[in-house]
Design a protein around this ligand. Structure first.
Ligand code: R5P
Length: 286
């Protein structure tokens, strides 16, 4: 069982079991659940880092839990995928966020997640008919920063990060800057860093919700270095780190890279288990 699933089960004092997923040679999937689910409120814990390969097994698992007598079947997805494709950026593209949300609406009775990428879509209630709960990670990130980087200057690489950076800066009582970002492709990103006394005098802490290709972090590190700052600390809520992203960010000059455990990764330093359990209990006790 992957963290934070194990930690969550311990924290909640609940019984927990792995869902067995068998891949047949022909590519089909067989899921096997514990047999004793009659009358249970079942929480399936699955981060959605590789959503395409997980979607069908999750659908099978939820349907099977109900078939075995579960009263309700919810999903705890510490990382909620497909939230960035929230509009048609080019003609003919799928707007994946509402389509994927509809798939989850049809599969589960409730959803708990941590800081989904809400930008043009302001609230999960715009996408979901089922009850949802978003865990806010800002207090946990602010606590980590206050105890590990006391001279932090919070840096948001783009306007989309402003929501987290503003809240963390307030909670940690530290200065902040939000940069301008231009993305012209999956791996082409430019950011501009303003003249800032605070940036030069403190340790920049770049905060973003997701590092995927790592290009946003790398471009930000490069520009900060050019502006004469000390090596920045990078904090990501969701450590997607596709391919060589983690190594690339390290090589770009990050002093340290830290993430929450919404996606298991060597950089995990901030546990969401307790907040996720609170979210589940808050939602299911209504
Ligand atoms: C988008 O605005 C997100 O907040 C992240 O900045 C973005 O997903 C990071 O992607 P990448 O690591 O591929 O630059």
């Amino acid at each position: 069982m992957a963290p934070p699933a194990r930690a969550m089960a311990n924290e909640a004092g609940s019984e927990s079991e792995d869902i067995e997923i068998h891949r047949f040679p022909d590519g089909e999937t067989l899921v096997t659940l514990p047999g004793n689910l009659s009358g249970c409120n079942v929480a399936i814990i699955s981060t959605l880092q590789n959503p395409d390969s997980l979607a069908l097994p999750l659908r099978f698992a939820a349907a099977t839990a109900r078939d075995l007598g579960a009263r309700k079947v919810g999903l705890v997805a510490p990382y909620l995928a497909y939230m960035r494709q929230d509009q048609r950026f080019s003609p003919g593209q799928a707007v994946s966020a509402p389509i994927f949300a509809q798939f989850l609406n049809e599969t589960f009775d409730w959803l708990v997640t941590a800081d989904p990428h809400l930008h043009r879509i302001k609230s999960l209630s715009e996408l979901f008919e089922i009850p949802t709960m978003c865990v806010r990670t800002a207090p946990l990130l602010a606590e980590w920063i206050a105890s590990h980087v006391p001279d932090a200057v919070l840096v948001g690489p783009d306007d989309e990060s402003r929501q987290w950076v503003e809240e963390i800066a307030k909670l940690a009582a530290r200065p902040m800057e939000v940069l301008d970002k231009e993305r012209s492709g999956d791996r082409n990103v430019e950011v501009s860093v303003p003249q800032s006394k605070a940036l030069i005098s403190g340790t920049p802490v770049i905060v973003d919700d997701i590092a995927s290709s790592g290009r946003t972090m790398m471009a930000t590190i490069k520009r900060l270095k050019e502006a004469g700052t000390t090596a920045p600390v990078c904090i990501v809520i969701h450590a997607v780190f596709s391919g060589t992203a983690y190594d690339d960010i390290t090589s770009a000059g990050a002093a340290q890279i830290v993430s929450t455990d919404s996606i298991p990764h060597a950089t995990n330093a901030i546990s969401l288990a307790s907040s996720l359990v609170d979210g589940v209990l808050g939602l299911t006790s209504r």
